[in-house]
Design a protein around this ligand. Structure first.
Ligand SMILES: [Zn+2]
Length: 426
């Protein structure tokens, strides 16, 4: 599986995070179905791009310093959201040779041409161009990234290699048969997917906004460069994300980074749950209400784990990418647990809940890590109350189970002759 990774010029925002969480879930599910060893998950890092040059200049730092800093932040933030590391995380700047290899092939096969020190891909040379996004060549309008129109045979032709600007930072300048410069964005993914997965592979993922032009152009490059290549067998595109009902933008002041949320003491797992509440293809609205609901939901789930410290999760119950349905099932299991009086059935529900949550990348903390000390004390007093109710109902099995659970947290209960119970920490 190949997934388009971050362009490392700024803190990852919540829309970037949605994409990473969606493909993390798919990765976990594929590992579950086909075995961990069978899945090769490649997610690239775009560390050479116009946006990076502009951001580094604005901050008056070198490109290397900027990209190192953002890669570190991205890695930490995605870890906070419970995302596993991909199998390979190749960087564009380390694969210039592979890009040049493909560009040469495209020129040799008359799919690319040199004009004014640029190398362009000729979209008219590819009879299948635009198929992925269902577009006709005639309706292609040039994007804003393309600024030197006069050199192109067709306004939709896109750049494979561009010459260096006089003031470019040396870390974004590379040698090539067409002079010093840097690659276009699309060729990066064709080169890195080819290197790690070959000319044909199973799944290609990314945000729906990448379908055109990015994925369309990746496909054109690879299919034209490699004989009989279909590029990816399956395309997976995740839907858009809005914040409080509006498109996220810096000018609207609703540009939400993962780091801002984490700094405001919002738990990564709660963010992850919100991102999974909507089916991955549908538009998702990220808002405060959803976040606080997710926190409450997870509190409830962690309470169950707290009450069942000894459970060993078996196989998970969720088995497709219909995450809203999976999460509904989690709520049902949690409700059933809370209603159940039979000790064995309760343990069984707790086990199911933990296993299913783990498959979704949730409940990866211990309850002690999740709850603050104060919350933990409240939960312990609740457990003691529940035990008193069980005792009053002469439900000795449940009462004994709670006593044993509390022992796991070093809480010792002492029942007095007058019927009251006191407790102390060991
Ligand atoms: Zn890509």
């Amino acid at each position: 599986m190949y997934v388009c990774g971050p362009t490392v010029y700024d803190y990852p925002h919540i829309g970037n995070a949605r994409s990473v969480v969606v493909y993390d879930l798919l990765f976990r599910l594929l590992q579950r179905v086909y075995g961990v060893e069978s899945i090769n998950y490649v997610r690239n890092i775009t560390d050479v791009d116009d946006k990076i040059n502009i951001a580094a200049k604005a901050r008056q730092i070198t490109i290397n310093k900027l990209t190192q800093e953002i890669i570190e932040i991205f890695t930490q933030d995605m870890y906070s959201l419970g995302c596993l590391a991909p199998t390979v995380e190749p960087r564009a700047t380390e694969h210039i040779e592979e890009m040049i290899f493909i560009i040469k092939k495209l020129i040799d096969k008359n799919h690319a041409y040199i004009a004014n020190n640029h190398v362009y891909f000729s979209i008219k040379s590819d009879p299948s161009y635009g198929k992925l996004a269902g577009r006709e060549i005639e309706e292609m309008i040039p994007g804003s990234r393309i600024n030197i129109e006069k050199n192109k045979l067709h306004p939709g032709d896109f750049v494979l290699w561009k010459p260096q600007d006089a003031e470019d930072d040396v870390s974004s300048v590379f040698d090539s048969p067409w002079g010093k410069g840097r690659p276009g964005w699309h060729i990066e993914c064709s080169a890195m997917s080819y290197k790690y997965l070959g000319s044909d592979f199973d799944i290609h993922g990314g945000g729906a906004d990448l379908m055109f032009p990015h994925h369309t152009n990746e496909m054109a490059q690879s299919c034209c460069a490699f004989e009989d290549s279909k590029y990816a067998n399956y395309w997976v595109h995740n839907g858009f994300l809005t914040v409080n009902g509006e498109k996220m933008s810096k000018s609207l002041g609703n540009f939400t980074t993962v780091r801002q949320l984490l700094d405001n003491n919002i738990r990564g797992e709660a963010i992850r749950l919100v991102l999974l509440l909507t089916h991955y293809r549908k538009p998702l609205d990220f808002n405060d209400k959803a976040l606080s609901d997710a926190k409450k939901t997870l509190d409830g789930f962690y309470r169950i784990v707290l009450e069942n410290p000894a459970i060993v999760p078996q196989q998970g119950q969720a088995d497709d990418l219909n995450t809203p349905a999976a999460i509904t099932t989690l709520h049902e299991i949690s409700k059933a647990y809370n209603k159940e009086n039979d000790v064995f059935k309760k343990t069984n529900y707790a086990q199911k809940l933990k296993a299913s949550c783990n498959l979704l990348g949730l409940l990866s903390n211990t309850p002690q890590q999740w709850f603050s000390n104060e919350d933990l004390d409240i939960n312990i007093s609740n457990l003691i109350n529940e035990r008193n109710i069980a005792k009053n109902n002469k439900n000795w099995a449940v009462a004994d189970q709670i006593r044993n659970q509390l022992k796991n947290y070093n809480i010792i209960l002492e029942d007095k002759i007058d019927g009251t119970t006191t407790w102390r920490k060991l």
